[in-house]
Every structure is written in C-alpha cells, then in structure tokens.
Design a protein around this ligand. Sequence first.
Ligand SMILES: O=C(O)CCC(=O)C(=O)O
Length: 274
Amino acid sequence: MHTQVPITQNDIDVYTDLGYLVIHNAFSKNRIQSLLAAVNRLIDRALAGDCEIGWIDKGKRLPARVGHLLHPDKYDYAYAKWLDEDLSPHIETLLDDEPVRHSLFGMLANGGGQPYCQSWHRDIGKPGDDDEESFLHRLHGNFLQFNAPLLPEDHFLNIVPASHLRASTCQELEVAKGNGNLNMPNAIELMLEPGDIVYYNANLWHRGWNPNGEKRWTMHCAFWKAKYPVMKHEYGQLEVLLKHIDEMPAVARQYVQNYIDNYPQSDPKSLLEI
Ligand SMILES: O=C(O)CCC(=O)C(=O)O
C-alpha cells in the first residue's frame, strides 16, 4: 500500500478548525488515468445498454451526475483499488482511526453549457434551529465527504471556511433562501486540479456552482464511522452490494461489510435523528 501524501497532525488541526482540508497532488497521474478510464468504460457500457445512467448529452458522451459507482452495474475495480491504496489511509486518519463504513460513492458531472447552480446549504442541517451548534459539534469528526476532480481547473465547489461548528448567521440564512443577489459572506471558491482532493465536513456551508455548464467530472463520496447505523439517505444498498462484495479488494470490501453489518432491518433513522 502507498499513500502519495500522508495526512499530518497539522492537516488534522486544519480540518478541525476550518471544516475542510485540501491536499494537492495527493494522487499520481497513473491513478487519475485509471479513474478516467473507468469512467469512460462506464460510458461505453451505458451507451451499449448494459447499464443505465442519466445524460446531459449522450451523443457527446456527457453523463449527468452518477451515484452508486460501487454497485455491480457501475462497479469498476479502479474505484475500489483507489479506495484501498490511496484514500483509506486519509479517511481513517480523519475519522480517528476508527472502523469506517461505506455511505455514498459517486461522481458529480456537468457540461454541455447546462448550468448547475446549487443553493447554499449544509447537508445535514439544521440551519437556524436553536440546537444547531450542539448538533454540529455532535457530528463533527464522525463522517467525511470529499471532492476529487478528474478534469483540470475544477473551481466549482464554493465553501464558507470555519462555518461547520457554529450557528448560522442571519445573513447566511437569508442567502441560503436564494432570494436575490446576496453574496455569501466569507465564501471562497476552491481551485482543484486532477490529483488534488478536498475532504470536508458536509455541514460546512457550501454549494456546487457551475453556471456556464463547463465540463466537470469530480468524484464525490462519503463515509461514516462504522458504529453509526445506516441512515435513510444511504439506505437500500444492501442487496446489490451483497451481490459482488467478494470481488472487491480488502479495504473496500471491509467498508462495504461494515455498511452491511450496520444495516437496520427496518425504519432507518434520518440524519436529523442521530
Ligand atoms: O457540486 C458540489 O461540489 C457540491 C455537491 C453538493 O454539495 C451536494 O450535492 O449536496
């Protein structure tokens, strides 16, 4: 196993203080080539009718955002190998070296001039609630999300640094309503290149912003500490994952096994109930 760039104590402190951590040149050119090849194989399979994905423009080989890349119909060994060899040391360090489980594994995709303009949001919430701050503190460090671009000049993720552990301001709540031309205070645009990755707390105020519909392929995945039972937003993957977990390399298999082992038989909780 090799890690291109290990995560240091300083990185952990940055992640804790700011709610995000950019690692430049985390992955080799070969790794990026292998992931691009996997996406192209997926497009080929979808064009041949062997699996279904959404399209921005089928004729131009422009897929829409695609989820569940570890499911049998979309699976490629290249994703799982990346997880085993490069990502898992990062993920485990940022999750306190506790057992990790799979949650979501997909790719953000834009292009063809089709605008992609998300509202500002915290993924889990709960903006404006009385207990917002304690809720944010309770969850920090137990889950992790990342964006890792496969194409150059990826400037589509906007964030408000250090907004992950404090109550939202009135201005943030106003901007998030999306009513008007207000600017989000203290927002920045991240600039990433293939090989870079940003790990972030999905409760940081953020949005995906690509108003000109520039071509974008960005791996976008989430993990939880294994002790958290599978929740509503990530439920429903048990049967498909069981079909081919044995094909996966060791670490990816373990993360998926931990998902399976923590799968409630019924009534999964919502993110807001944990
Ligand atoms: O497009 C992005 O980079 C952010 C995606 C996101 O925040 C979401 O889908 O909730």
